[in-house]
Design a protein around this ligand. Structure first.
Ligand SMILES: Cc1cc2nc3c(=O)[nH]c(=O)nc-3n(C[C@H](O)[C@H](O)[C@H](O)COP(=O)(O)OP(=O)(O)OC[C@H]3O[C@@H](n4cnc5c(N)ncnc54)[C@H](O)[C@@H]3O)c2cc1C
Length: 512
């Protein structure tokens, strides 16, 4: 970036809005997993007007532009493939949360986090149907929409794509466009003719910069219950998760394999337990808190699979009915255990992202695919076979593999292998983990060969999942978008990209 552009950006954004210091740029050039090419600068606009003006300056300077929300992704989404790009940090665009309670929608700045949104909606006893990823303490609404995202509320209400109504997007040249009913009026409705909101969902920030978003609102459920099931094997877990998902009984519905359970239990240090317990006591009354304390951490057998869900209803009778249905379906597949895991998760859905390092300070990265329920078992077996064939490399580099499984609506079975391996932390980890937790974790020496082996396992696992028809969220620059795509659909996508970003300056390399 030329000196003149820097000076102009500095004048526009002030000292806090323009970052050029080496250490800071180094941090911004990393995500949870990877290191990108060097950035020329990071800008932090604090309003849409500032952002639009900055985009004009960057257009004149002809530089590549990348966008970052909370930064909590691991698929190179906001990392540069070539040195010299400018990264826009959207976190200061977080002023507006405009609740239209009577019309059941909320307009929110793209830089607002899911935790901040939930807090703002609480007094209205309203929430968005999908109400955030587990990274929602830091992850933003704009980031989730640009990646596709699922977890809180997803078994019932699907992914973030199913909760959005309309968007306001700036093109890389600074032009403002709107979607849904926002094209001609208030953003209360999504569909009138072709769905332009959908074009920008999961675009990895390569079609435009989301500035404001309108999301659906629903009443907070009056009643909530929790249910957990222990399963002897993987097939029973898949059977239970499918039956529960397809009958639309849970709000969140997820499962762990034994390795992930072991990791979670290792992580549940005395400090974390005390903190969580405090929250449970505060929110749900002393009795629930004490119950958790007495049960301690031994409520799940670490050698078994476990399924967890939260259930919601408008009244106690409705909840009882749902819970009866859940038991009727689930108990064919395993044994009921205390629902402490889904209960704790609901009590404290947004915690610091301490799990980006393993319980022994090892590195962490997941990979995933969403398959049809009928394909889940075959996809899982194929993954197990693939990992078994890589057992030598895993042993050599001490790579451990666990699994998380999540229901996304009634159609999606998300399978997420998670890798752990001893390796050095990056600047990203040093900054993002809670400092108390970080101080207690052992450090590891750099292990570039192990990192390479994990890259190969990740890539291979994604291929195995795709061979079972899988879709992916979080495409970024890791999951292939173009591969095997219908040529006419691809030509349409290319034409849209060309229209919105004729010089290909916005997030080059994304959706490859
Ligand atoms: C501990 C942990 C837990 C997680 N849990 C979940 C989970 O439960 N469910 C889930 O789906 N994912 C989860 N994730 C993955 C990830 O955090 C989420 O996908 C999250 O939505 C990313 O949001 P972000 O604001 O951090 O986006 P970033 O990482 O900053 O960016 C993601 C992508 O979006 C683009 N982008 C960001 N903001 C904008 C914008 N305003 N306009 C245009 N493009 C933009 C970026 O260019 C990038 O390509 C988790 C990750 C971690 C580390």
């Amino acid at each position: 970036v030329k000196q003149a552009t820097r000076v102009a950006l500095g004048q526009l954004l002030g000292e806090a809005g323009l970052i050029t210091e080496e250490t800071e740029l180094h941090y911004y050039a990393q995500d949870v997993f990877a290191q990108g090419e060097a950035l020329a600068a990071v800008i932090r606009p604090s309003s849409r007007a500032q952002l639009a003006e900055a985009l004009q300056l960057l257009k004149e300077a002809k530089v590549d532009v990348l966008v970052r929300g909370g930064g909590l992704s691991y698929t190179n989404g906001y990392l540069a493939q070539q040195a010299g790009a400018v990264l826009i940090d959207m976190r200061a665009c977080n002023e507006e949360i405009d609740v239209h309670a009577d019309d059941r929608y909320v307009i929110v700045d793209a830089g607002v986090t899911w935790a901040a949104l939930a807090k703002a909606l609480a007094p209205y006893k309203l929430r968005t149907p999908f109400f955030g990823p587990l990274s929602g303490l830091r992850a933003t609404v704009g980031g989730a929409l640009s990646q596709g995202s699922a977890f809180l509320g997803s078994a019932q209400h699907g992914s973030v794509a199913d909760s959005v109504l309309a968007m306001e997007v700036l093109t890389v040249d600074g032009e403002c466009l709107r979607t849904g009913s926002w094209t001609h009026g208030e953003p209360f409705f999504r569909h009138m003719g072709p769905d332009l909101s959908g074009v920008f969902v999961g675009d990895a920030g390569c079609l435009g910069i989301k500035t404001r978003v309108s999301l659906k609102l629903i009443p907070e459920p009056a009643e909530c219950a929790y249910f957990s099931l222990e399963c002897a094997d993987c097939e029973s877990m898949i059977g239970a998760l499918t039956a529960l998902a397809q009958n639309q009984l849970g709000s969140e519905l997820f499962a762990f394999d034994p390795v992930l359970t072991q990791k979670r239990m290792q992580r549940a240090s005395i400090l974390d337990d005390a903190k969580t317990l405090g929250q449970v006591v505060m929110k749900q009354g002393v009795l629930e808190g004490l119950k958790l304390a007495v049960q301690g951490r031994n409520f799940v057998d670490v050698n078994k699979y476990s399924v967890h869900m939260s259930l919601e209803a408008g009244d106690a009778a409705g909840l009882k009915l749902k819970l009866n249905q859940v038991r009727k379906l689930a108990l064919k597949f395993g044994k009921e255990i205390d629902g402490a895991i889904p209960r704790v998760l609901r009590t404290q859905p947004f915690t610091p992202p301490n799990s980006i390092l393993g319980p022994l300070g090892e590195r962490w990265v997941p990979v995933h695919g969403i398959v049809a329920h009928s394909k889940a078992s075959a996809a899982h077996h194929a993954l197990q076979a693939f990992f078994a064939a890589s057992a030598k490399a895993c042993a050599e580099h001490q790579i451990e593999i666990g699994y998380l499984y999540t229901a996304v609506g009634a159609q999606g079975f998300l399978i997420e292998p998670v890798f752990y391996w001893p390796d050095a932390r990056g600047a990203f980890h040093e900054r993002e983990l809670d400092s108390v937790v970080l101080a207690r974790l052992p450090k590891h020496a750099p292990a570039p060969k192990a990192y390479e082996a994990v890259c190969a396992l990740k890539k291979g696992a994604a291929e195995v999942l795709r061979s079972h028809g899988a879709c992916h969220f979080q495409l970024g620059k890791f999951y292939p978008y173009r591969e095997g795509r219908n040529p006419a659909a691809l030509a349409l996508f290319d034409a849209i990209k060309k229209q919105l970003d004729p010089d290909g300056r916005l997030n080059p390399g994304a959706l490859h």
